[in-house]
Design a protein around this ligand. Structure first.
Ligand code: C5P
Length: 476
């Protein structure tokens, strides 16, 4: 076990990392119960590799959420159960199942639920590290078990970026940056691009499409306007296609062309009276991956994992993280295409159907048309085409339980700055109706009884109103 105390950890947090690593190292066998999103898949890959390298038998179970419906997937055996990227907010479910303190380790970054049984938990949130995901916490535990595991820093970066930890500050911060990114750079499988374009799809999308799909920052004439973006690049004299007509992607552009484009985008923002502070971001590239594939940077890699998880094949994402570039990768490419097509369809459905406006939110019920695992993603993408000054709430049916409704909410950093906390709004409102929810200030989800839908939306609207009012300048 690694014994040097890194100076940047809050002491209590480091103690928790150490205690979790020790409990894991002593277990005769382990089951990891992890979440199906990019962060959960990265957590599982980090922990299970660290554990099997330590010589302990380990198996994994993925769940959509930890809830009464999915609890039976947690095995009733003598293994140590590690709940990763979930569990903190559902400890009473572990108690109801009568799991003992000795049987459980929680590795999480979500808000913790008070519980009379004190399960071992390693969670960065209570120590003020609110920009680190569960994959980050898993990585610190893995590194504590054995420094050989620093090769897994790359996986932790993917999990963090996939969970939007780099979004607010246009780059990772805190231990996710100082420890994990630095370890990845030292290991040479991570490349930091300090002042890169803050834009999605830089490894796979033609530059004009990358620019036009980007709404953070929203650039008039370019965002949501592929032809406008193409003409913009043409006016700058940028070569956009190779001799044989292949579109260049951002990462292939020369430094000079990148500078020209960034300066012109800044000018465009200033001309429209917009801030330029979100134009650039620190991004994380993976030089060991094949160019022009979605595995070349953390953001696109995370989408591949999300596609696997949301289409019920998180193990395929896990295999890719372990280096499988054969069958698993082809399978994931297929899911990614499907994922994108369905999200495009959902986005169009939201725009065409239109949302109902309340004072503090806009909402829509999409029925049973789309899987409950992707409605949140569609909601987030629809925001830039709708009124992004208030959050969006999308409801849908849950195929496994006709009495339940899934709710997904999304908002923007600017609205969070104005006092909105979707995690709090949804967990408070859903618990009033016997449901459960959680997530983050900017993105949250919940399950509620179908019969409560109408009242629930009104309740959330009221809570959001209170949150806006509490932060408004008039409030004293
Ligand atoms: O499902 P969706 O993409 O909308 O989830 C957004 C965030 O809310 C995720 O971080 C997810 O873990 C969280 N969530 C939750 N409890 C739920 C549903 C979602 O904590 N019942």
């Amino acid at each position: 076990m690694c014994m040097n105390i890194p100076r940047y950890y809050a002491m209590g947090f480091y103690d928790d990392v150490k205690a979790a690593a020790e409990q894991i190292a002593e277990a005769p066998e382990i089951t990891i119960i992890s979440h199906i999103d990019a962060d959960g898949i990265a957590c599982e890959a980090i922990l299970s590799q660290a554990i099997s390298r330590y010589g302990i038998p380990v198996r994994s179970v993925f769940v959509r959420q930890l809830e009464p419906l999915t609890m039976p997937q947690v095995p009733s055996d003598s293994s140590l159960k590690i709940f990763s990227d979930l569990g903190a907010g559902q400890q009473n479910l572990l108690l109801e199942r009568d799991l003992t303190e000795k049987e459980v380790v929680i590795v999480d970054h979500h808000v913790s639920q008070p519980c009379e049984r004190e399960y071992r938990q390693v969670n960065c949130l209570p120590y003020g590290y609110n920009r680190m995901s569960a994959a980050g916490v898993s990585y610190l535990v893995a590194k504590q078990m054995d420094p050989i595991n620093t090769d897994l820093a790359k996986l932790a970066i993917i999990g963090n970026v996939g969970d939007m930890m780099a979004r607010e500050k246009c780059g990772l911060v805190g231990p996710a940056r100082d420890v994990i990114v630095e370890d990845g750079v030292k290991h040479r499988n991570v490349e930091v691009r300090k002042r890169d374009l803050n834009c999605y799809g830089t490894a796979t999308r033609p530059v004009h499409l990358s620019l036009s799909y980007n709404d953070d920052p929203f650039i008039k004439g370019i965002t949501n306007n592929p032809e406008g973006a193409r003409q913009f690049l043409k006016r700058l004299g940028i070569r956009q296609q190779s001799e044989n007509g292949r579109w260049y992607v951002w990462e292939e552009m020369s430094i000079e062309d990148k500078r020209t484009i960034i300066s012109a985008l800044a000018e465009q923002l200033i001309a429209n009276g917009e801030r330029t502070d979100r134009l650039l971001a620190e991004t994380y590239g993976f030089p060991d991956e094949i160019p022009r594939t979605p595995l070349r940077n953390a953001q696109e890699y995370a989408t591949v994992l999300n596609a696997c998880g949301r289409w019920s094949k998180p193990q395929v994402g896990g295999a890719i993280l372990r280096g499988d570039r054969g069958i698993a990768y082809r399978d994931a490419e297929h899911m990614l295409n499907n994922h994108r097509a369905i999200i495009r369809d959902l986005l169009q459905f939201i725009i065409d159907t239109g949302v109902k406006q309340l004072e503090n939110l806009q909402y829509l019920h999409v029925g049973g048309r789309y899987p409950d695992t992707i409605v949140g993603i569609g909601a987030g993408m629809a925001l830039s085409k709708l009124n992004s000054s208030i959050p969006i709430l999308i409801m849908c049916e849950v195929p496994e339980d006709k009495n339940l409704t899934k709710v997904s909410m999304r908002t923007t950093e600017r609205v969070v700055e104005r006092g909105i906390d979707l995690q709090k709004a949804l967990s408070d409102a859903s618990s009033e109706y016997g449901g459960g929810g959680g997530g983050h200030k900017i993105a949250a989800g919940a399950y509620i009884p179908k019969t409560a839908e109408e009242e629930f939306v009104i309740r959330v609207n009221r809570i959001l109103g209170e949150q806006f009012a509490a932060k408004s300048p008039d409030h004293c």
